[in-house]
Design a protein around this ligand. Structure first.
Ligand code: HXC
Ligand code: NAP
Length: 292
């Protein structure tokens, strides 16, 4: 049930949606669902061969229209060209989904400054580049627009071993909340999704390589005991870019099975205590209460 499509047929009909990094992973899954709901899809990233293969596959599967555009999100000229190409092909853009990202695990002291720059530039600069280009375009043309940014839960907790990504995602969250207020007067909504673990090749190769998977079972970190299914994320994203969420603005929706809160609650690790030991503990605590 939870991995079935959720929105009404044609819920995104007539909308043109740009998904950065839409050739692979979660961007591809969200894009596919947008097409199934009647949207036109534009996918943009560095590898045109990967994008074109995805575009052909999704068009064949859904019968929708997909435009694949080569673009490095770090380069503002590339970004402006994407916006122009969308206007030339579809008339206008309705939804910007900032999904492209770069990341890898590393002790911070092993990074050189280029490593930091690489991640911050893809995630934060890439997001503000597209936000600025699309936003200016909408404002000039007096056209409404919707922005959705993919962050992650360590945007607000921070996280060891992915420090450039944590800094960049925190910046994206600040951008989301700031513009939700500033640009609402132009009819532009800004929201974010913070996913927990959703298996993709891109993320798993760089964050959970096989050597690490042998030592860590990621499902043990999640109270619901499983990773996310792509359709679950696609359902949430489709809602947030659709007109059904017209009054949702400045929100970040977490979809992580309770993972980040499990790490945060002071006593959450007591789940390791077996039931019989609770009898012993209760007696000890009641005994201590009596002694005063
Ligand atoms: C230390 C490293 C490194 C490593 C790269 N660098 N890999 N430093 N350890 N393992 C540093 C070095 O300084 C290097 O320069 C610099 O990064 C640039 O590396 P390149 O490989 O030349 O960069 P580039 O080709 O631009 O590739 C960018 C990339 C790569 C980020 C490094 O991994 C990539 O293309 N990623 C895109 C997809 C991706 O990352 N997807 C996962 C998103 S998952 P020098 O000159 O020193 O070599 C995600 C999930 C979050 O965000 C939450 C999960 C729960
Ligand atoms: P992915 O498949 O590796 O997707 C990342 C995409 O970003 C790729 O398609 C890549 O395409 C593109 N990209 C990277 N650098 C770029 C650049 N400079 N310019 C343009 N595009 C660029 O990984 P994913 O897991 O689906 O991640 C998608 C999003 O979800 C990211 O924002 C990630 O932080 C977020 N997220 C993922 C998880 C998870 O568990 N998977 C959890 C939380 C958040 P090219 O290589 O062609 O450029």
């Amino acid at each position: 049930m939870y991995n079935e499509p959720m929105l009404k047929e044609n819920a995104l009909k007539g909308k043109t949606i740009l998904v950065t990094g839409g050739g692979t992973g979660l961007g591809k899954s969200m894009g596919k669902y947008f097409l199934q709901l009647g949207a036109n899809l534009v996918i943009a990233s560095r590898k045109l061969d990967v994008l074109q293969k995805t575009a052909d596959e999704l068009m064949a599967e859904t019968g929708g229209k997909v435009l694949a555009l080569a673009c490095d999100v770090r380069n503002y000229e590339d970004v402006e060209k994407v916006i122009q190409a969308i206007e030339d092909n579809f008339g206008s853009l309705d939804v910007l989904l900032n999904n492209a990202a770069g990341n890898f695990i590393s002790p911070t002291e092993r990074l050189n400054s280029k490593g930091f720059d690489t991640i911050i530039d893809i995630v934060l600069r890439g997001t503000y580049n597209f936000t600025l280009a699309a936003g200016k375009n909408w404002i000039t043309k007096k056209q409404k627009g919707t922005m959705l940014n993919i962050v992650t839960t360590y945007a607000w907790t921070g996280s060891a071993y992915v420090v450039p990504s944590a800094c960049a995602k925190a910046g994206v969250l600040a951008l989301t909340r700031s513009l939700a207020v500033e640009w609402a007067k132009y009819g532009i909504r800004s929201n974010a999704i913070a996913p927990g673990p959703f298996p993709t090749k891109g993320a798993w190769d760089r964050l959970f390589p096989a050597e690490l998977q042998e030592k860590l079972d990621i499902t043990k970190k999640v109270p619901l005991g499983r990773v996310g299914e792509h359709q679950e994320l696609a359902n949430l994203a489709a809602y947030l870019v659709s007109d059904y969420s017209s009054y949702v603005n400045g929100e970040v929706v977490t979809i992580d099975g309770g993972e980040w809160l499990k790490g945060a609650g002071e006593m959450n690790n007591l789940e390791v205590i077996p039931n019989e030991m609770w009898d012993v503990l209760e007696m000890a605590i009641r005994g201590a209460n009596k002694k005063g």
